[in-house]
Design a protein around this ligand. Structure first.
Ligand SMILES: Cc1ncc(COP(=O)(O)O)c(C=O)c1O
Length: 394
């Protein structure tokens, strides 16, 4: 069978990734990789999950192993709702990882040719989820406070169908949107009548400063909020939640039913078991302290090893920071050099919906050991200096 001639038109929108090919090289064991965004496995509460699994099976075994409702396990939905002011269980849809929420919302809201407003750069996984619905993008520039108002207004004039935002500890930049910018964003969204998708996988991972109100809290009528257990408990659960007005969620539930009937009941019940008794709060405290230390180590190593004309973000939470190299350096070209020096990162360009960011890259500080951070930043600093010399000679 020649499958290519049988593909649906949308396959043309699902682009192959050259970066993925390069990054495959980084999976060799002798390479120190800051490329992946994997949560630190040392934080997985294996013993508590083992205990909770047994508790669920003993107390509610047949319910846990049976088909469940598409909206999700009600006590878990109630728990999510109890953590988000002014919501009820009817505002909560359980999803199979917050990645599924991106797909479901795109399926329900976006027609081919619609424009999605995204920051430049943004989460690659969101772009790939939206791509399959044959959409186009408008990009908004960001600074260290989030979306720049003038750029946002220009983008809104192009009539996007939806705004996609990651206000807390953005992937890939680590930037947190300031309160003023949050207020400005919801005001502009209201003015132009555009819904906002607020993706918040990292919100609980705040290392410093006061938590800011979510966009959803500021304007629940126009915001769709997505959260996840991936970064605070384990990503392998594939468990997240969507919070929005019931009128929208009813349609989302229909789309989800067609996709996977419902999220695994057993997993939802285990998650509820560890959430209801306060264990989760202790877990979040532990996770935060761990990543804060990782961030501090990375910032110190950057300060020590990187040339002065490089810039990087100082995230107040989350798992990533974003490096800007001097103009003229190309982080894709440089990756091959870096891999030769046994160190890897993700080049910035693929995080841009419509190109750009050639001199940028993302670093994840989530799983490296202190020694690897030190050694890795030392090697990368050398690679940058070498590349700078090469560019000067050209
Ligand atoms: C911004 C963002 N959104 C969504 C996801 C998907 O997370 P999950 O499906 O594990 O909940 C990720 C994962 O890295 C992410 O960084």
């Amino acid at each position: 069978m020649n499958w290519t001639e049988h593909f649906a038109r949308r396959v043309g929108y699902i682009k192959p990734s050259t970066i993925r090919e390069i990054l495959k090289l980084t999976q060799k064991s002798d390479i120190i990789s800051f490329a992946g965004g994997l949560p630190a496995p040392y934080l997985f509460p294996v013993e508590r999950l083992k205990e909770a699994s047994v508790q669920v099976l003993e107390k509610q075994g047949s319910q846990a192993l049976q088909y469940g409702t598409t909206e999700g396990y009600t006590p878990l939905r109630e728990w999510v709702s109890s953590r988000i002011p002014n919501t009820t269980v009817d505002n909560v849809q359980i999803v199979s990882g917050s990645q599924q929420a991106l797909d479901l919302i795109a399926k329900v809201l976006l027609n081919p040719g619609d424009k999605v407003l995204v920051t430049a750069p943004t989460y690659m996984g969101a772009l790939r989820a939206f791509d399959a619905y044959e959409v186009d993008y408008v990009m908004v520039d960001v600074d260290d406070k989030g979306m720049i108002p003038a750029s946002l207004e220009l983008a809104l004039k192009q009539k996007p169908k939806m705004i996609y935002a990651i206000p807390n500890f953005d992937n890939p930049t680590g930037i947190t949107m300031s309160l003023e910018r949050r207020q400005m964003l919801v005001e502009m969204a209201k003015k132009y009548n555009v819904p906002i998708y607020e993706d918040d996988p990292y919100g609980e991972l705040r290392f410093e400063g006061e938590a800011l109100p979510s966009l959803y809290q500021l304007a629940p009528e126009l915001v769709i909020y997505a959260g996840t257990f991936s970064k605070i408990v384990v990503p392998g659960f594939r468990l997240g939640w969507l919070v929005a007005e019931p009128e929208l969620l009813i349609v989302v539930a229909r789309a989800k039913q067609a996709a996977d009937l419902h999220t695994a009941t057993f997993i939802q019940m285990i998650a509820y078991e560890i959430s209801k008794d306060g264990f989760m709060d202790g877990q979040i405290t532990k996770v935060r302290a761990y990543y804060k230390n990782q961030r501090d180590l990375m910032l110190k190593a950057l300060e020590k090893n990187f040339p002065e004309d490089c810039h990087w973000t100082r995230p107040k939470g989350g798992m990533f920071l974003w490096v800007t190299l001097p103009k003229g350096l190309d982080s894709i070209k440089m990756l091959m050099q870096a891999v030769e020096h046994k160190v890897a990162y993700v080049p910035g360009e693929p995080f841009f919906a419509k190109g750009g960011g050639e001199n940028t890259f993302r670093l994840s500080y989530s799983i490296a050991t202190p020694e690897q951070i030190d050694e890795g930043m030392n090697s990368l600093g050398k690679v940058i200096r070498e590349q700078t010399k090469v560019e000067e000679l050209v």
